[in-house]
Design a protein around this ligand. Structure first.
Ligand code: ZN
Length: 436
């Protein structure tokens, strides 16, 4: 049992429907077996639990662990390939790198680099886009297990358009996916995600095999891409006889409450209505959208249509693992949309990077905020003394203002500690050593 003592900021109530930031100075969080069992003024909790070990985090801020709902594990080493639109970037940067994961030892090193990136950024829960090679997906699951991260991932499947080594057949995709799920789905914090790369590279036969896999697994997740780039959207329409991009998945029963589709920069109103009716979520990936020139995300249309929206880094088209940076970029994108944009406060940004992600992944009862009953997944922001963020926090006029400074100025270097389920897995430059 441990009593955390900190300034705690979180968003238990949805700011898109009027919820406010919850900011508690000198807050106590009593943590037992990884779960927050009491929360209140530190002095009162201390009085009730006089012998309990106290973890004094009063310097800096304690936030919920960050949630990344769209991040590609095989692309960690190609972050930063700027200057290309989506299809050129895939051909020149992403796909050549993804082919290297045919070698499981390469995949093991990539998985180590990837998980280190997540941990250092304070991302404690992630929906991870896997590899086209089943042994590489096994090593990704292994790496997530070593660190204790909450990871949902799976085999990426395709049967056309991509280079030949990345292609599979519907039968092989189904068999390998079920094998991976049998080894990993529901094991600790790990879950399986059925993952066709995108309709552009997945024929109806592959999507049908995805539906069979999805139907065979209890509580598995579904993820893919949708409406990212204008040229891509046109090509998908041509390949599927004029069907909308969302319909290419929906007609196979793949758009559900347990589905997360990345991007959706160019949706029709009918597609938004389908996503809302099914309860599906969209992973908004703003640094990727800007880096590839994909467009400005129509968040207002999503929110007004009732579509769930969460955040993704989209590493490696996105420019890093920091969900704080994604939050800031989401704010920028809405500003640049003018009257069509949705004005976002720092409270919206924290919600999008925590509770909204947990909700998209069906984990809102477990993580996303630091209420009683939640797992203690948290990050401790501790900027270096004298840094612009430290100066900003010292001079903040309110908790919302302090949180704005966190999104404007915070980087992965400001993450001074990371906990998952009450276990500390990183502290500054220290990381819990991987088990051999
Ligand atoms: Zn992606």
């Amino acid at each position: 049992m441990t009593l955390f003592r900190a300034t705690v900021l979180d968003t238990p109530d949805d700011p898109f429907t009027g919820g406010a930031l919850r900011a508690d100075d000198d807050c106590g969080l009593l943590v037992e077996d990884g779960v927050v069992t009491a929360r209140g003024p530190f002095g009162a909790l201390r009085h009730e639990h006089p012998g309990t070990e106290v973890l004094d985090l009063r310097e800096g801020l304690l936030l919920p662990g960050l949630v990344d709902t769209h991040v590609h594990f095989p692309q960690v080493r190609v972050i930063g390939g700027l200057g290309m639109p989506l299809l050129d970037w895939l051909e020149r940067c992403a796909l050549p790198e993804e082919m290297r994961l045919a070698d499981v030892e390469v995949a093991r090193g990539v998985a180590r680099d990837f998980v280190t990136g997540l941990v250092d950024a304070g991302t404690t829960t992630a929906l991870v886009f896997g590899s086209h090679f089943a042994p590489a997906v096994d090593v990704m699951f292994e790496a997530a297990q070593v660190w204790g991260l909450r990871v949902t991932t799976g085999l990426v499947t395709s049967d056309r358009v991509l280079p030949e080594p990345l292609l599979t057949t519907p039968e092989r995709a189904h068999e390998e996916s079920l094998g991976l799920a049998a080894r990993w789905h529901g094991k600790g914090r790990l879950r399986y995600a059925v993952t066709p790369r995108f309709s552009l590279s997945a024929s109806d036969a592959v999507l049908e095999s995805c539906a069979a896999t999805f139907g065979a697994l209890d509580d598995a997740w579904f993820t893919s891409h949708v409406n990212e780039n204008v040229r891509e959207v046109e090509e998908v329409g041509r390949l599927f006889g004029g069907a909308s991009y969302v319909d290419t998945y929906d007609r196979h029963g793949l758009v559900t409450r347990r589905s997360v589709l990345a991007h959706d920069v160019h949706p029709t109103d009918a597609e938004l209505a389908t996503l809302a009716a099914r309860g599906a979520s969209v992973a908004h990936c703003p640094t990727s959208n800007a880096a590839l020139g994909s467009g400005l995300f129509p968040m207002r249309r999503h929110v007004e249509a009732g579509v769930r929206v969460a955040m993704g880094s989209d590493v490696g088209a996105g420019t890093g693992f920091s969900m704080l940076k994604e939050g800031l970029q989401a704010y920028f994108a809405q500003r640049l949309l003018g009257d069509d944009g949705l004005p976002l406060t720092s409270t919206h940004l924290l919600w999008l990077c925590t509770v909204a992600g947990a909700d998209a992944l069906g984990l809102a009862g477990e993580v996303g905020d630091l209420s009683v009953g939640r797992q203690l997944d948290a990050i401790w922001l501790l900027p270096q003394a004298g840094s612009p963020l430290a100066v900003g926090l010292a001079n903040a006029t309110s908790a919302e203002d302090a949180l704005s400074k966190v999104f404007a100025l915070g980087t992965t270097a400001d993450v001074g500690g990371v906990w998952v389920g009450g276990d500390q897995i990183a502290a500054g430059r220290w990381r819990r050593p991987p088990v051999p």
